[in-house]
Design a protein. Sequence first.
Length: 203
Amino acid sequence: MSKHTIHLDSPNLGDLEKEYLIKCIDSGFVSTYGPFVPEFEKKFANFLNCSVAVSVQSGTAGLHMAIYELGIGEGDEVIIPALTFVSTANAVKYVGAKPVFADVDPITWNIDPNSIRKLVNKKTKAIIAVHLYGNPCSMDEILTISRQNNLFLIEDATESLGSKYMGQATGNFGDFGVFSFNGNKIITTGGGGMIVGKNNIQI
């Protein structure tokens, strides 16, 4: 048996991160409030070219907030991919709604638009498109389905910061986009997440 450990991903933390961490400690703000949080939110929104970005406790919390703010609840259904981290389904369950699992494309491993079409019914309120492992979903098709059926669209972009689809950043297509800064993500704050939205959405 091998003694070697294969990590999902290892954070790349160096002198600059140490410098900022010391500044946080010196400021007395090392948690959810302080000068670094609004600065990070502003720079994050600018990077994605979106209207607003709000930091949250985790990517899961961001998904929960997005679903809750869209008024989804008991008796509603939300279509999600069958291949995703459990947080996507948990966030739907947190508001009392039912996660409905769509098939994934065997090439991209992302949610299959054809499967989504077959699952939409009168109880369906939203689609959560998960950009798995940084690989963007077929957003043009998914947007068409959501518009044709008057469904909300949430992007679980927790693994796709910096990815683009047809020149547009992931997380910036739907009503809400959610990102994660857990230790195994593209960038890390040790934990935490971010929810982004458009002008017609108040966070």
